[in-house]
Design a protein around this ligand. Sequence first.
Ligand code: WQD
Length: 341
Amino acid sequence: MAKILVTGGTGYIGSHTVVELQNAGFEVVIIDNLSNSNIGVLDGIEKISGIRPTFVEGDVTDLDTLRNLFEQHPGIKGIINFAASKAVNESVEKPLKYYRNNLVSLLNLLDLMPQYGVEGIVFSSSCTVYGEPDVNPIDESAPIKTATSPYGNTKQIAEEIITDTIKAGAPFKSILLRYFNPVGAHPSAEIGELPLGVPQNLIPYLTQTAAGVREVLTVFGNDYNTPDGSCIRDFIDVVDLAKAHVIAMKRMLDSKDSDSVEVFNLGTGNGLSVLQLIESFERATGVKVNYKIGPRREGDIEKIWAEPAKANNILGWKANVDIDDTMRNAWRWQKKISGLS
Ligand code: WQD
């Protein structure tokens, strides 16, 4: 089957996607600069799939590195572009880092794709492009709102860059995948999320608190206009999310349309509050989470969850891992990396 380049393939969503691509018979080449992951992830991937992916350590923002990769690994048919910086707060402090990492990398890929006969690119976008929705669940036709962080802006601009390039006649296709909140880990506990430093996202903070790495989880606000006052999100299991990429890749490579751009929301369609998620974790694992209510976090969206009908109907993809199973997998992974039994 086809050879696929996965940028950022040792990262959180990337590594889970590499496993699913290999399970589906694709040959995978990873490029990653290991800025937010480590080489040991390749062992985890190999343990699960039985195949060690080809790995190139390098930076997608460097055009020569990328050109060498295409020369040395001819016949790449598709790209999944995960390589990006993703910490919202850091992006406010270091906007140029975000614009450079997230956009120069994309420009390089789009520049080289025609020369090397790459037929399509699947792009990791985010529900952040919707800002605070006027209605929930939110579908793909909802307006794109002004981004509230440079990180969010890179996702919006990247979508526009891809769309404009294809509109201008570039000989490839693209599928833009707007992720809601990816959580969990592979059920084998061989791969999962590896946050560097103090986690900014809810689940790694929660599992680290449960493991005793952090003392207390702060719930950022319980005075929102939601049933229990905490924010609502659409938490999507990372393995479900990974599988959507395989389907998107097959669809893209099979399509006869040479100039198409499609966009899909990837979420469960169910909104769950922060407090409900903590409850799910406690129920699923039997472990109590030490948490307290704190002030709101600046810039947080009150509630957002996906209308995934388009992905359900057109991709034939549906999220199906139960949230309690997702929490059990997240906990199994946390215990493994914390050395707990
Ligand atoms: C979820 C909810 C917090 C930590 C961000 C990006 C988005 C995407 C994923 C990815 C919120 C609450 C969190 C904590 C808490 N980008 N929370 N205590 O903000 O929905 O999305 O990450 O790479 O683009 O914006 O995710 O996990 O940070 O927060 O109460 O210690 O959990 O307030 O309501 P978010 P999150």
